[in-house]
Ligand binder design. Structure first.
Ligand code: FAD
Length: 756
């Protein structure tokens, strides 16, 4: 199935440069941003602008009322590619009316909280917290009171007396946390050791540090639950707000940046593709209109790779894709300049420096929604501005932009099903959202003459701690060949051969019934919009309904969007907290030997071991198995799920923060829309149901290959195959599932109660 060009769209005309939350027309003769007044924009643009905007309140109600239905056939029968028209391009920020609504709600809530606080606590010590709104703090105090009575409490008391480790100077939180520490001291004194202020570490912070959950070389200690609440109630700005604010604050300077100078730059990050890359396309069009070259840039930051736990397999995959990308771009006379920046704090400065060096006054990049990245981009906006460079960060990685979907109370959804209905309704209402922007064409402006050297730029080497051995390199490059063409042909093959059975077969762990496209999505080699649009077309134009397999696959892909929406709204999940912060108060185990048995696939639970061994060998795992092993670690072994989350990131080729965190939150019941904590996966039942013949187990656990009985292979020691298993060196189960289950229920119950 190939991407088809649409002929019915109006011809491309004025280039629009996104500015603030609007798209500003740039006349090709003047090449400059001419107005901020949307009403001054041509009628056609007004008409087309809502393509990437959020649903209005009225629309939202209407859409909710029809139950997310509207399961009508999409207007488009084929994936449509559009000749670039920036009214089709994403707006970098939320629509002004959506932002205004959000801010107004926030303001009213703060007002209400303050009024309530004024009534109830004139003499309360809590009022000493200055202008910190009191919402939730009483509850927090109670959490502290209870937490201090537990083992954690003892630990916290010890911790608070310990000298603090020096913060790494490049920590993005360094400034905030050093002032936090100062404020913390005074507040703690005031509160007589109580930790109800937002700057105190969580009582379990030392444990989180000791077991490598919080990487203190880069980040401050684990934050308190009160700090999570502060993000929720607007006391602390969300990183997306910080980015928005950076744009607001630089509005005048950015307006003053005149016509593009010698070149336009696109900065590649997790968007390693040409097709349907919105920022790349915007950069290309701007360069073309001004007859100047487009330069592409990639910066490898070893510290980022370490701080963000990228696996060697993933780093290798990225570097292999850069090789392909470099070649593809060179064919279009577009140079891809690559370099390594050891110190991640220096990345924004270096990018601005390069733009200056190249005489580029316009830089484009797609937005990554993780906290460090949003803060980095906010910094870059300002840095660039100071140097007369306009930096445009573009929404690209989701099908529906985070922030565009709100429930009827105007809140972000925290449950998948209604969110998905709203996501689907949004797409029915905005079918152009799935229009695919085509790849850039031939570079304009004599790039090969003016920027000749850049074409010789080499793909950087993987840093030492992220390097694969030769055999692994070979293995992974055969399993996951690099390049957009490969991703596209895998997608096509999956849609033709497997997708219609996906609904029935997707949970079966033996054989390949899912797309295995996750490495390509995670590195941005494949656009998620292309995938959804192609699946829709394979489904006769339907996004939902009709073929159960295809619509079910689309709804799985939607999970990826869901977790990103969650990340943007609840950013503390990116800082080693769970979505339900109170679940941090559960008493976890930190038994290193049990944890190692889990990572090595030596637990004596065949399905768990098979999955964990596959992960080691293939750097990938089936979704069902991810659920089984995450539940096993957090509930059967009661081990802090964040250790598993980290281990996954360090192994997976498709490691993706939002999806991984979401998956671990689900498995450990600490996340957004998780399975309830009292539903503990039984590994044996899961194994029998999703690997009925034991073929998957036999594939990955050779010790059990001689166990022919299809029942015994799931539990050899209890089902008459103990002697065979023992002879082959397969371990007995390291825990008794029934007992572990009871312990888990007890621990969860107690942990949550600490929050009451
Ligand atoms: C504990 C745990 C950890 C996980 N860690 C990651 C991770 O680091 N990276 C990652 O991409 N996915 C992760 N997932 C989600 C899911 O397991 C994988 O996306 C999926 O197994 C990838 O295989 P596939 O490409 O064949 O998926 P398919 O079933 O073919 O689905 C197509 C695509 O939809 C998306 N998708 C499907 N299911 C989910 C889901 N539950 N959550 C989010 N996206 C989904 C993925 O991008 C996937 O490639 C995790 C799930 C769990 C339970």
């Amino acid at each position: 199935m190939s991407l088809q060009k649409t002929t019915s769209l109006p011809p491309k005309r004025t280039l629009l440069v996104p500015h603030k939350r609007r798209l500003l027309p740039v006349t090709s003769s003047l090449h400059r941003q001419s107005t901020l007044n949307p009403s001054a924009a041509p009628a056609e643009i007004q008409f087309r602008r809502p393509v990437f905007s959020s649903v209005g309140e009225e629309d939202e109600k209407k859409e909710c009322d029809d139950g997310g239905g509207g399961r009508q056939k999409s207007q488009n029968d084929a994936v449509r590619t559009v000749e670039f028209d920036s009214s089709q391009a994403p707006q970098p920020f939320l629509e002004p009316d959506v932002l205004a609504r959000m801010r107004e709600r926030q303001r009213l809530k703060l007002l209400k909280d303050e009024q309530e606080a004024g009534h109830s606590t004139t003499s309360s010590r809590g009022s000493a917290a200055g202008n910190v709104p009191r919402a939730g703090l009483d509850t927090e105090r109670e959490i502290r009171r209870r937490a201090l009575q537990t083992e954690y409490g003892t630990l916290y008391r010890a911790y608070s007396k310990m000298p603090r480790k020096r913060k790494s100077p490049d920590s993005p939180h360094a400034e905030a946390s050093s002032s936090a520490t100062q404020r913390n001291t005074s507040t703690s004194n005031r509160h007589n050791g109580r930790t109800n202020d937002i700057n105190a570490p969580h009582p379990g912070a030392q444990q989180a540090e000791d077991f490598g959950i919080v990487l203190r070389d880069f980040y401050p200690p684990e934050m308190s639950n009160a700090r999570c609440e502060a993000y929720n109630n607007g006391t602390l700005p969300r990183p997306i707000d910080t980015l928005n604010r950076a744009y607001e604050e630089t509005e005048d300077e950015r307006k003053a940046i005149m016509r593009p100078k010698n070149a336009v730059v696109h900065w590649f990050k997790t968007d390693l593709r040409l097709q349907d890359n919105r920022s790349l396309k915007m950069a290309y069009e701007m360069a073309k209109q001004n007859d100047i070259p487009l330069i592409c840039l990639y910066i490898l930051s070893p510290q980022d790779l370490t701080a963000h736990l990228h696996s060697p397999a993933r780093v290798d995959f990225v570097l292999r894709n850069l090789h392909v990308l470099k070649k593809e771009l060179a064919r279009l006379d577009i140079p891809l300049y690559m370099e390594t920046q050891e110190i991640r704090r220096n990345v924004p400065r270096r990018i601005a420096e390069l733009c200056e060096q190249w005489g580029a006054s316009n830089l484009f990049a797609n937005i990554e929604y993780e906290v460090d990245e949003l803060r980095r981009e906010a910094k870059l906006v300002k840095l660039c501005c100071d140097k007369g460079i306009a930096f445009e960060a573009v929404h690209d990685t989701c099908v529906v932009t985070p922030g565009a979907l709100e429930n009827q109370q105007g809140r972000q959804y925290a449950v998948y099903t209604p969110w998905y209905r709203s996501w689907m309704t949004y797409l029915h209402g905005h079918p152009k959202n799935l229009d695919v922007v085509d790849a850039p064409g031939q570079n304009a402006g004599k790039a090969r003459t003016h920027f000749k050297d850049l074409f010789d730029s080499e793909v950087p080497d993987a840093p030492g701690n992220k390097r694969l051995g030769d055999e692994e390199k070979q293995r992974f490059s055969e399993m996951y060949p690099a390049g957009e063409d490969e991703a596209m042909s895998r997608l096509d093959k999956f849609l033709q051969e497997k997708a219609t059975d996906y609904g029935k077969m997707r949970s079966m762990v033996s054989g390949q019934h899912t797309s295995a496209l996750s490495p390509y999505f995670a590195a941005g080699v494949l656009s998620v919009r292309v995938a959804v649009a192609k699946a829709r077309d394979a489904n006769g134009g339907y996004l939902d309904g009709k073929n159960a397999g295809l619509s079910s696959w689309i709804s799985e892909v939607a999970w990826r969007d869901f977790y990103r929406h969650v990340l943007v709204h609840w950013p503390f999940i990116c800082m080693n907290k769970c979505f339900k912060p109170e679940y941090t108060n559960i008493e976890w185990e930190y038994d290193t030997e049990l944890f190692d048995r889990w990572t090595q696939g030596q637990t004596g639970f065949p399905i768990v071991d098979a999955a964990m061994r596959q992960l080691k060998h293939e750097a990938w795992m089936h979704n069902r198995n991810r659920m089984i092993v995450s539940s096993f670690l957090s509930k059967d072994l009661m081990i802090d799920w964040r250790r598993g989350e980290r281990y996954f990131m360090e192994q997976l080729i498709d490691g993706d923060f939002a999806s991984n965190h979401g998956g671990w939150g689900f498995g450990s019941s600490t996340g957004v829309d998780p399975q309830p904590y009292f539903r503990v996966f039984n590994p044996l039942l899961q194994s029998e149901k999703f690997d009925p013949d034991g073929a998957f187990i036999r594939q990955w656990v050779p010790e059990l290959r001689d166990v022919k009985d299809r029942r015994a292979v799931h539990d050899p020691y209890a089902r008459g195959a103990g002697a065979v298993a023992q002879r082959a060196g397969y371990p007995k189960p390291i825990v008794n599932h029934a007992e572990s289950r009871d312990r888990a229920l007890q621990r969860y119950k107690e942990g949550i109660a600490r929050d009451k």
